[in-house]
Design a protein around this ligand. Structure first.
Ligand SMILES: [Zn+2]
Ligand SMILES: [Zn+2]
Length: 245
């Protein structure tokens, strides 16, 4: 069966995320756009994943993400099948962010909410910064928690592995490449032909509610589960990414 997934969505916890980006609203919008699997990926934090899980229960399949900013200012999309694993990763990252407070007037508020859009607390530390970990260490920590790592939006000219390092290191253990909504997977695979031994995926990276599900990747899976997703990335046992969807 084919499933459409948008696995990189920011909530109100991301300082740049719109204030209407509550987990409940994101689930609603994804359903309207006929997306089958979603993941939140707030900057360096898993704080709104519990609310997302509650808002989504029985309505849409979920993976659990964080967008991690490495010391080299490279964004990495980390995805997990279990909320606890993503939260554990968030717990590891938090003390590794510099003690710089958020400036809501400049960056926007960082809001932790519940499944009914009620504010639980404001996150005071600025989340939009680099953790003091390099790509290799982050990848190792994500893998040790059963997760998968993607180089975020490699075609963007800021905060991508190409903008920061100029290339993708040959010895990387990162599991795949993400393309921004500004380039189709088909075009990306010819522009970055030297990297087509990696799986390519695309996601909305939505910061505004109307952008949720504006692009998605289609997967051939038996069921919308993380283990099936892992098989599809490898092209194993008939599971695969549909590049011409
Ligand atoms: Zn990013
Ligand atoms: Zn993002």
């Amino acid at each position: 069966m084919r499933f459409r997934a948008d696995l990189h969505i920011h909530s109100v916890l991301s300082p740049c995320g719109g204030l209407d980006m509550s987990p409940a609203a994101i689930v609603q919008k994804a359903l309207e756009k006929r997306i089958d699997i979603i993941a939140l990926a707030d900057h360096n934090s898993a704080g709104n994943l519990e609310a997302l899980e509650e808002a989504a229960r029985g309505r849409i399949a979920l993976f659990f993400g964080l967008e991690i900013q490495s010391a080299s200012e490279t964004h990495l999309l980390a995805l997990f099948g279990e909320r606890k694993s993503a939260e554990d990763m968030g717990g590891l990252l938090y003390p590794r962010l510099p003690m710089i407070p958020n400036n809501p007037d400049y960056f926007g508020d960082q809001v932790v909410v519940d499944a009914r859009d009620q504010i639980i607390r404001m996150e005071e530390k600025l989340l939009l910064q680099s953790v003091n970990m390099e790509i290799e260490e982050i990848t190792e920590e994500v893998h040790s928690r059963g997760g998968l790592v993607f180089f975020s939006h490699i075609d963007r000219d800021t905060f991508s592995v190409i903008s920061q390092l100029g290339f993708i290191p040959e010895d990387t253990l990162v599991d795949g490449i993400e393309i921004s909504r500004h380039l189709s997977l088909e075009k990306a695979r010819s522009r970055y032909e030297e990297y087509t031994h990696f799986p390519f995926i695309t996601n909305s990276d939505a910061h505004l509610i109307d952008d949720v599900g504006c692009v998605s990747t289609t997967y051939e899976l038996e069921a919308p589960t993380f283990e099936e997703f892992r098989l599809a990335l490898k092209g194993a046992r008939g599971r695969k990414i549909i590049y011409d969807a």
